[in-house]
Design a binder for this molecule. Structure first.
Ligand code: CA
Length: 226
C-alpha cells in the first residue's frame, strides 16, 4: 500500500517512513500543510499520517477538513504534540479516523495503520486470504494450502496490494501508484516482471490449484478465484 506522511519534523518523518517501509509499504513525505493538502487529495494514497502543527497557510486540522470536504475518504491518522481531550475531539470532528499523541511508540502507530488499512474490508483477524492463499501482514508470511511460499520484499508489497483489492481489475498505472513510492522510477514493464514472479510462485508452483492471478487483457490484473 502507498502511504503519505505530512510532517515537517524531518527526523520524525524519516523514522515513520523507515518503520512503514519495513512493513512493506511505499511512503512519500510532504513537509508543509499546503502541499500536504494537494497530495492528500490524490486517490492513489491508501492512508495519510498527518501532523497537526505544520508550516503553511493552514494547520493539520484544516488540511483534514478540506480533504473531507473534497469527498476524499482516505483514512487519516492525526499526530499531535497536544494531548488535551479538546484537541483529540477537534481532530476527530475534522474527519480524522484516528489520533496519536507525540511522543508515540512506533509499534502503536504501525498497529493503528494496519487496523485502518484493513477496514472495512476485513474487520476480524489479521490474515488476508484468497482461496487457500494466506498472507499474514504482521509476520509477512505467505502460504498456499498451508505450504510456505518465499517472497521478496517487493513481491510481498505487490501481493498485499492485490489482496487488499482482490476481485478488482487493477491497471498497471494504479499498481505502480499504490505499490512504489515517488523515489523510484518505474515503467509498466516492471509490473509485468513482478507479476510474472508472483504468478510463478503462487500459481505455477501449484498446478493442481485454481490460478489466482489473472491478466485482464488491455486493462491490467486481478487477483481472485475465477
Ligand atoms: Ca509539526
Amino acid at each position: 500500500m502507498r502511504l503519505l506522511v505530512i510532517e515537517d519534523e524531518a527526523r520524525i518523518a524519516q523514522a515513520i517512513k523507515r518503520a512503514l517501509e519495513l512493513q512493506h509499504h511505499a511512503v512519500d513525505i510532504v513537509d508543509d500543510a499546503d502541499s500536504g493538502l494537494t497530495a492528500a487529495i490524490d486517490p492513489d494514497y491508501d492512508l495519510v499520517i498527518l501532523d497537526r502543527m505544520l508550516p503553511g497557510s493552514i494547520d493539520g486540522i484544516a488540511v483534514c477538513q478540506q480533504v473531507r470536504q473534497q469527498g476524499v475518504s482516505t483514512p487519516i491518522i492525526m499526530l499531535t504534540a497536544l494531548g488535551e481531550v479538546d484537541d483529540r475531539v477537534n481532530g476527530l470532528q475534522a474527519g480524522a479516523d484516528d489520533y496519536l499523541q507525540k511522543p508515540f511508540a512506533m509499534r502503536e502507530l504501525i498497529a493503528r495503520v494496519q487496523t485502518l488499512l484493513r477496514r472495512p474490508r476485513q474487520t476480524l483477524g489479521t490474515i488476508l486470504t484468497a482461496d487457500d492463499l494466506a498472507y499474514d501482514p504482521v509476520t509477512f508470511s505467505v502460504t498456499r494450502g498451508g505450504k510456505p511460499v518465499a517472497l521478496s520484499a517487493k513481491e510481498i508489497k505487490l501481493l498485499s496490494y492485490l489482496l487488499y483489492n482482490q476481485g478488482q481489475v487493477l491497471s498497471k498505472d494504479k499498481i505502480i501508484n499504490h505499490v512504489w513510492d515517488d523515489d523510484t522510477i518505474i515503467v509498466p514493464n516492471t509490473v509485468e516482471v513482478y507479476m510474472g514472479y508472483l504468478r510463478r510462485k503462487l500459481d505455477t508452483s501449484f498446478p493442481d490449484k485454481p490460478p489466482l492471478i489473472h491478466t485482464v487483457r488491455g486493462f491490467g490484473y486481478r487477483l481472485g478465484v475465477k
